[in-house]
Design a protein around this ligand. Structure first.
Ligand SMILES: [Zn+2]
Ligand SMILES: [Zn+2]
Ligand SMILES: [Zn+2]
Ligand SMILES: [Zn+2]
Length: 225
């Protein structure tokens, strides 16, 4: 009886997983076909949406998809992402890919675009126009209060726990007192983080210290976009 139940149970888990996988496959095919139709119409924004839906399924991708997605990303100006999918395509398919020739062409086009972005100061590596960081206003760093000493500039001595003296136990259990060498008996030390300044410069967390952030505007690589 127990076995019977177990078998029934595992069978139902199996069918359940099976139909789930089956559903996902159908969903994948649905989006994959939509994406390719959109590409044929030159509607790369829609193709991009469809490909991203496939990625979100978290299933094994169709082997030619990295090229198609890469081409789509190139057309909508996301050059860095495009390159990473193109590399993936070469990695998986080598010369055997249906789109090998197209992929080679795309590789050259991409390099051209990426080089333009690389030498342009107005955009990021994907060719998106940069704007001054709203958090640090281009300063790259932010002056903030020191958290470590709570902006006091001083912290309690860790060697003597702020007592100013160190107690040493002798062999006979006798105690001897010694002025703390670290704080010289003061019980406090200069804050090691802000070095007594009570405030310190930190990297701007918004732009990671670059002073600018990417916009969604595609750059024309001249001063006035
Ligand atoms: Zn910033
Ligand atoms: Zn001390
Ligand atoms: Zn401090
Ligand atoms: Zn540019």
């Amino acid at each position: 009886m127990k076995y019977c139940f177990l078998i029934l149970f595992s069978l139902s888990v199996f069918t359940c997983e099976y139909s789930f996988a089956q559903n996902q496959k159908e969903t994948l095919n649905f989006h994959y076909e939509n994406a390719q139709t959109a590409m044929q119409k030159g509607d790369y924004e829609s193709a991009n949406t469809q490909f991203r839906k496939i990625l979100r399924l978290g299933v094994k991708l169709p082997s030619e998809m990295p090229y198609l997605f890469s081409k789509t990303l190139y057309e909508i100006g996301q050059y860095q992402n495009s390159q990473s999918f193109l590399n993936k395509y070469f990695e998986i398919m080598g010369k055997a890919g249906t789109y090998y020739e197209n992929a080679q062409e795309l590789k050259e086009l991409l390099e051209l675009q990426l080089n333009k972005s690389l030498s342009c100061q107005y955009c990021d590596l994907s060719g998106y126009r940069l704007e001054t960081c709203a958090t640090c206003h281009g300063e790259k760093q932010l002056l903030k209060k020191c958290d470590y000493c709570e902006a006091k500039g001083k912290v309690g001595c860790t060697a003597c726990s702020g007592d100013g003296v160190l107690i040493q136990l002798g062999a006979m259990g006798n105690r001897s007192y010694k002025t703390c060498h670290q704080c010289k008996g003061e019980g406090i030390n200069e804050c090691p983080v802000c070095e007594g300044d009570m405030e310190l410069y930190t990297y701007c967390p918004n732009c990671l210290g670059s002073g600018s952030t990417s916009t969604e505007v595609i750059c024309n690589h001249t001063e006035n976009n």
